[in-house]
Design a protein around this ligand. Sequence first.
Ligand code: TNX
Length: 542
Amino acid sequence: MKHFISFLLIVSMVSCQQEIPVNEPAIIPLPVSLKQNPGSFSLNKNTRIVASAESMPAAEFLRDFIQKGTGLELKISEKEKSNAIIFSLVEPGKDSVSDPEGYSLISTSKKVRITAISPAGLLYGAQTLRQLFPPEIEGAGPHPEIQWAVPLVEIYDQPAFRWRGMMLDCVRHFFPVSHVKHLLDQIAALKMNHFHWHLVDDQGWRIEILKYPELTKTSAWRVDREDLPWGERPSQKAGEEATYGGFYTQDEIREVVAYAAKLNIEIIPEIEMPAHVSCVFASYPELSCTGKKITVPPGGVWPITDIYCAGNDSVFAFLENVLSEVAGLFPSKYIHVGGDEATKTEWKKCPKCQARIKKEGLKNEQELQSYFMSRIEKFLNSKGKNLIGWDEILEGGLAPQATVMSWRGFEGGIEAAGAGHDVVMSPTSYCYFDYYQGPKESEPLAIGGFLPLSKVYQFNPVPAELKAENIKHILGGQANLWTEFIPTPEHSEYMLFPRLDAMAEDLWTPLKNKNYDDFLKRLQIQFERYDFAGVNYSKNIY
Ligand code: TNX
């Protein structure tokens, strides 16, 4: 409790009531409007959570959270009463709440009332209430010495952007389900709502596909070269066993999707194509241009020339079968199909690809990639899904309905929005959390780059150059964690936090309310929460 900037707000309440010290609110992301009143609301074993059937998910979330942190087992009831936390779902426009993810939170010494027009808003109200309690609530309780009091507040809140995302690369290093859930808990606390799950890349296939068992029997495993630098790992030799890797079973995927849904997080799976798929050709070499059987690369591959053959219809049959299973597992309306860094060396040499170019009247290999993506998009649309891909999908012409994730800068996003496509901004300059966050000498080895916390805090997904009429196409932004240099769950947390806190505020809080010094003050309390929650954040800012 040392660096607690607790300023004790002891307020003279009615003389017979006990005065309870409470902390100044330190909410991340900062709410749109917050007014603190004198006094506090305290939990005790008789406090009730009031909820209807529709507001039950938020009520149960809060009940379980409070029970874990405090040991208090609060009952949920339908009837309003005093000494209660009340979840109230209302028609739009009531209580100044109109945004589907917005909420109001108003507390008196007798009641806390959270009002929203949707279950998502109620959940965000509960997440805010979570941050009003003493940080110890984040750990495993009970703490009999602590009075579980929150300051009295009037909060009106709603997000600046619809897409508040984070991507985790589970290929370059594999992370267990328990870690993915732990991250989901933390990103939900930051009111982020999209988790982009990178499940396919050169170094491994991470999702069980029932129709193609070799993908998880063979393509999910590589020879263990973890003792060597990422870019200097020799390929698997004859007789060597591939022991490093892993994959998520379909049951695990369903479990994670359901877990995320309860936290108002949509999971977008990424199934890369046409490149970044070397591992596939360890199982099904006939799907590449060369047809050569290769082994799963245990480290960096550059440039990436392994590529699906765009002239071979069985490639599309394979991908459609894979995507059918994927579409059935993920309720998200988006499926991410990658599209990045596809070197066209093999397509230039491949007779089948060249024949396709001729037959379809395409100008070049760029247009062949566009043909590839448009064909996949048509299939995804037939499954009720939308295609999203990295900004390279712009080259050679964008698939008609595609959403673009702009990573090489803002330009791709600006171009796509100008053409009427939706965009998620994720430029390396603000969003690549695999970059160093401090001076190299004092940091674990990283891929390169430099992205300190202060720079992340300056991220605005709407660049100045964007024409006003295209702003509506910017869905929001996303932090990406590529994991070539990040082998463990602890290390991933170190790279994510607190930069993700800054990202969350970039995407939630109105620009005019943001203030870096104030953010840093609130971050000190957040660090205490992370200490109790067992989150391995970086202390680099000290
Ligand atoms: C580029 S971002 C990639 C990834 C790497 C990353 C490293 C993108 C679409 N492709 O494959 O992991 O750089 O920062």
